[in-house]
Design a protein around this ligand. Structure first.
Ligand code: ZN
Length: 435
């Protein structure tokens, strides 16, 4: 998913060129070649303008967009007119410009919250979740249901997620929103092109056709048919959630943000983001940090190997070492300074640090973001993680690793999933306008 703000404006041809060809799917292929080219360029520029509105932290003017894109004022005005008519962009103001100088106050443009939304879904080892995000990035609906799915058949578990998805779509439609699509976060090796969950060790699932099972629900089937229902690894989508959040914080430029997102739940996963894009590896199966060996002779892992990180820093391993049964108990006992619990967290942090340092040495990232369980336990984990990184990362003296705590909590994956749908609408609003 390339960042829209990296796109360049394409001058709109004033007349059909006669030799152009359509490069996008949809209705364009039915037009004469020249008109098709004009259509394609206009579609591209519609996305560019919408992206400038959506990504701006405050209302932007048409003149701001023209200056930022290189498009002419009249082209921007005509594109904005289309986006306002489609209720993807809303006008606010008039507002006085900063400094209160002379001249007509500008009308500000913001993302409309009334027309379109993205649906994020998550099926994890012991919970299912859904959220609806509108074009302005506001959460309009959220459901998280604890449900231990170990021992549940894939068909039954996915049917439960499908029902949750339908409820979320109904809730969005009740507010007048069209759900443009859905992205599903799954724990394990996900093959996105055919919608298959190849392996989820903690669920004991292999080769589950998640997309096919979800498509048994007619409304989701309609989404799947138009390519708007996709599946991905939960840590990858959580990393996209962190990326969106970073853009909102404006602490880092989204297109430059390079980081390792480590997601701790029962399983441990990672998303590697290089210059604002997920690094997926050859099949989309990269980032399985939970199965990096911490001790080759360690305890057996659900994956069939031994001594994997999950056996030291997965939620159940940490609770077992602390002799407790729930995360709230763990946090409370750690806050009270119980020695056994602090020791268990230090051991988990050490294992996590060993694995993280290995990844940092291989992929050269200078920011590590702790998410899920690790965000809640950061206070007790980070010292040991830092100590391991300090002793093991070769480049530490020149590019010291910063550890951040993800502020999205357990919602990072559903927010990233829903945000990825919203982002695809922003990149190609023309598809929605033709629907
Ligand atoms: Zn393993």
């Amino acid at each position: 998913m390339d960042a829209v703000w990296e796109c360049q404006a394409v001058p709109q041809p004033s007349e059909p060129a006669g030799t152009g060809s359509a490069t996008t799917a949809g209705a364009a292929h039915r037009l004469a070649p020249g008109a098709a080219r004009q259509h394609t360029v206009r579609d591209h520029n519609l996305g560019l303008v919408l992206g400038k509105v959506v990504d701006a932290p405050t209302p932007v003017s048409r003149a701001d967009i023209a200056a930022a894109t290189g498009l002419t004022r009249s082209t921007v005005s005509s594109l904005v007119e289309v986006l306002v008519a489609a209720d993807l962009v809303a006008e606010v103001g008039p507002e006085r410009r900063a400094g209160g100088g002379a001249g007509r106050p500008g009308i500000g443009l913001v993302a409309s919250r009334r027309r379109v939304a993205g649906l994020g879904l998550e099926l994890n080892v012991d919970y299912v979740a859904a959220c609806v995000l509108d074009l302005a990035g506001e959460v309009r609906h959220r459901t998280v249901v604890p449900r231990d799915l170990r021992g549940t058949s894939p068909a039954r578990a996915v049917a439960g997620l499908a029902r949750m998805a339908v409820s979320a779509v109904d809730a969005a439609e009740a507010e007048g929103l069209t759900v443009a699509g859905a992205a599903v976060a799954l724990p394990g090796l996900v093959h996105a092109p055919d919608g298959m969950l190849r392996l989820a060790p903690n669920l004991g699932w292999r080769d589950v056709d998640v997309l096919g099972l979800l498509s048994r629900e007619p409304s989701l089937e309609a989404m799947a048919v138009r390519g708007a229902l996709v599946v991905d690894n939960e840590a990858n989508l959580a990393a996209l959630g962190e990326l969106d959040d970073a853009r909102g914080r404006a602490e880092v430029e989204g297109s430059r943000y390079t980081f390792l997102y480590v997601s701790g739940e029962i399983g441990v996963g990672a998303g590697i983001v290089i210059d604002g894009s997920i690094f997926r590896g050859g099949h989309g199966w990269g980032g399985e940090i939970g199965h990096l060996p911490v001790d080759p002779d360690g305890p057996p892992c659900r994956c069939g190997s031994r001594g994997c990180l999950e056996q030291y820093a997965g939620r159940e391993a940490v609770l077992r070492a602390a002799e407790l049964s729930s995360l709230p108990e763990l946090v409370e006992a750690a806050t009270d300074g119980r020695e056994r619990v602090l020791g268990a967290l230090t051991d988990a942090g050490r294992a996590l640090g060993i694995a993280v340092a290995s990844v940092v040495n291989v992929v050269d990232v200078s920011t590590v973001v702790l998410g899920g369980l690790y965000a809640e336990l950061a206070e007790w984990l980070v010292p040991a993680v830092e100590a391991e990184i300090g002793g093991r990362v070769l480049a530490q003296a020149w590019a010291p690793v910063t550890i951040r705590v993800c502020s999205l909590g357990g919602d990072a994956a559903i927010l990233g999933a829903a945000g990825s749908v919203v982002r695809s609408v922003v990149q190609q609003p023309a598809y929605l306008l033709r629907a």
